[in-house]
Design a protein around this ligand. Structure first.
Ligand SMILES: [Zn+2]
Length: 136
């Protein structure tokens, strides 16, 4: 599957928030959830954070509140900023800062108001094999 997947004539709009509610965001995506493949990955950061990711275009994503409480975590080649709530610790989304990367943002669908794991079209990614071995 390519990221992002090919768009269709359908789209869906979603609201998400961290556990304490300080961080709130909205986005729209095509194909709509639950048809959109939601990535679950076995790489170190996805495993630790429990990420379930979809990839709206940045123009279709709006951070409504929480800019001031968001903190970022970067590691390895520092190609992306993992944004999490500085109050409750929820992993919210990932901003890709690598030059030439597609204009998308990775959003953790676990934070959606209407989150329902059972309806998602899960796409397993073997990210563990992509990079250098994870060690701490
Ligand atoms: Zn929070």
């Amino acid at each position: 599957m390519s990221i992002p997947p090919a768009q269709t004539s359908e789209r869906s709009t979603h609201r998400g928030n961290c556990h304490c509610g300080a961080v709130r965001f909205t986005f729209s995506i095509s194909p709509p959830l639950p048809k959109y493949p939601t990535n679950t990955c076995n790489c170190s950061i996805c495993s630790k954070n429990g990420y379930l990711l979809v990839y709206p275009f940045t123009k279709d994503f709006t951070l409504e509140t929480g800019k001031e409480v968001l903190r970022k975590y970067m590691f390895g080649l520092k190609r992306s900023e993992h944004k999490f709530c500085g109050t409750c610790g929820c992993s919210c989304f990932i901003e890709i800062v690598e030059e030439g990367a597609p204009d998308i943002i990775a959003v953790n669908v676990r934070l959606l108001e209407d989150f329902d794991y059972d309806i998602l079209k899960i796409n397993k990614v073997d990210g563990k094999t992509f990079g250098p071995e994870y060690k701490v």
